[in-house]
Design a protein around this ligand. Sequence first.
Ligand SMILES: [Zn+2]
Length: 258
Amino acid sequence: MDRATAASMFVLIQEAGERLKQQKATAKIRTQLQNKLARLFAKQGIAFTKQLKMYLQTQPNLTQNDIKSLLEITTIDDNAAQFIQRIVTQAVKIGAEELLKQFEFEASVFSLENPRAVTYLENYGADFVTAIDKTTRDRLRVLLARSTSSGWAYSRLATTIHKTFGEFSTKRSKRIAVHEIGSAYQKGNLIVAQELAAQGVQIEKSWLTRKDDKVDEHCTSNEAAGWIDVNDPFPSGAMRPLDHVGCRCVAMYRRKTK
Ligand SMILES: [Zn+2]
């Protein structure tokens, strides 16, 4: 094997290791978040269907008020929101600790009282829950409208709604968990890298895609930028992955060599 081949193999192994590190470190909380969301959506589905049936037993068409109170059912309550917040906080912490480990600092260097972490987590919780609720409602609103305009029988509407919540509690809950945990972990990485940079450690970062044909063009250009200063944005404007829904990228960090 020549030196160039060996070097590019080393990079590939390093990249795979980076991804694996994140997957392993967050596997437990990712499953916890996914299960929590799956249960939440399943519960919402049962309540929603029950209420819908009640309305339609007394009159054939839903009023605007009926729709409004039906959609209320899909609100994530405060307890669940707090649970989600705790899990995401842990993901930030794990991301922070993993980076400290890589740079051979004690985990105790990082605390969740770190201002960058506080700002992120304060804004995070409410926005996240609002976004989930909004997507749920948008999907259901479309279904209800289609049902009315096409004159669906109740049974057809019920089946479609059942299917929708089924998809929520399997695929969607997984998608959300993977995205949110990945994003929080990456944020934890960045917080520590920026903190170390502020303390005089010269750090640079690079963007790592999956290098397949599903990679978004933003991410491709971020990766093409190579190693950049930790405080500079990537070409897409993002400071770190994830860049978009479905993004599977991670960032790598290293000390500047000169
Ligand atoms: Zn990406």
